[in-house]
Write a protein that binds this ligand. Structure first.
Ligand code: NCD
Ligand code: ZN
Length: 342
């Protein structure tokens, strides 16, 4: 059995830079027409010039003849101005990303208090620039498993109420609270869902020994009700939920460490992972909308004109891939998957 679908877009992707970028970009290019490129480099992408330089770097390492289109994102800081937003828009940047300070990899320069940025959000609303949010609070007293739900109460509600015309993507949602929030909010609020949050829960990370390759942020939650709510949302056909892998490569040694980095690498077989999840829900007919239409529609982009073909075929995910000057352990390493991109 095999089926064709419109080529997907990855609406949340980390590709890094330099040697790391070179070693992994081909995997995304083989699957996706476009990707929304996350700006959390070691030196974050905080202005239009840096976005242009980063885009040029990505384009320069694409395989010959590739039509892959990296769509750039601005990293918001306490100092991002309306002028920065205007300049970013003028140079083709499609969105700006909120990282609460300290929330995840390379977020030290993130935003300390969103209300300080309200004038900038006002401009984004006026200019039609999307706001992408890493939706977790970072206060030490808030339990890591509750940080997304608390973010909805303390931050997201206020932003949505204060900026009713602002388009927001609640990134890599992980809880039923987030699903319910998106379902009950207006049409300018959407969310990305990762393949690992559909296929795994915190037991996969913690039962039988701690598994660093299942550690990401926001951290995997309980199966019931959270993973089940995400599966429901992704396969519902609701246009507010779309594909964003949050593939976040880190070298094997940086993951298998006393203080392992957050991030799960899924770019090697992103669409196969989603197909696996959708098939389990008996909803393969809903995959194309989620993967190839709803994200593009939300970003006001045309659908891709190419198609991809997925074949029902068992294959074993490699134990590792080369990554920069070392190697990386991919999600589902050594496990058998039932779908293959051909
Ligand atoms: C991401 C990374 O490594 O850049 N890590 C992760 O666990 N998802 C950053 C992020 O999106 O939080
Ligand atoms: Zn991310």
């Amino acid at each position: 059995m095999q089926f064709k679908m419109i080529q997907p877009d990855d609406c949340h992707l980390h590709v890094r830079s330099g040697a790391a970028l070179k070693s992994i970009i081909g995997m995304t290019v083989a699957q996706m027409g476009r990707a929304i490129i996350m700006p959390n480099l070691n030196s974050p992408v905080t202005n239009a010039t840096q976005a242009r330089i980063y885009k040029e770097e990505i384009l320069s390492v694409l395989p010959k003849g590739s039509k892959f289109n990296p769509l750039m994102v601005l990293y918001l800081t306490d100092n991002t101005t309306s002028k920065d937003i205007q300049e970013a828009i003028d140079s083709g940047v499609v969105a700006a990303k909120l990282y609460p300070v300290g929330v995840t990899t390379n977020s030290d320069g993130g935003v300390t208090n969103i209300t300080k940025l309200y004038p900038t959000l006002e401009s984004m609303q006026k200019l039609g620039m999307l706001l992408l949010m890493h939706g977790e609070v970072t206060r030490n007293e808030v339990d890591i498993f509750d940080r997304e739900a608390v973010f909805i109460d303390e931050v997201l509600n206020q932003v949505v109420n204060n900026f009713p015309e602002l388009k927001i993507v609640f990134e890599h949602i992980t809880t039923k609270d987030a699903v319910d929030f998106v379902l009950t909010s207006h049409h300018k609020i959407a969310a990305t869902i990762t393949p690992h949050h559909l296929l795994a829960n915190r037991n996969d990370m913690l039962v039988g020994g701690i598994k660093p390759h299942y550690f990401c942020l926001p951290v995997l939650k309980r199966k019931n009700p959270h993973q089940l709510a995400l599966l429901y949302a992704a396969t519902s056909g609701n246009t507010k939920f779309f594909l964003g892998t949050d593939s976040a490569p880190h070298a094997k040694t940086d993951k298998e460490s006393a203080c392992g980095c957050a991030g799960i690498f899924t770019a090697h077989c992103a669409i196969e992972l989603y197909a696996t999840a959708f098939e389990r829900q008996n909803a393969l007919d809903k995959l194309e909308g989620f993967a190839s239409k709803f994200g593009a529609d939300f970003y006001n982009l045309p659908h891709n004109t190419q198609t991809i073909t997925l074949k029902k075929q068992d294959w074993v995910v490699p134990a590792s891939y080369p990554f920069a000057h070392s190697d990386i352990v991919p999600f589902m390493a050594t496990k058998t998957l039932g779908w293959k991109l051909i």
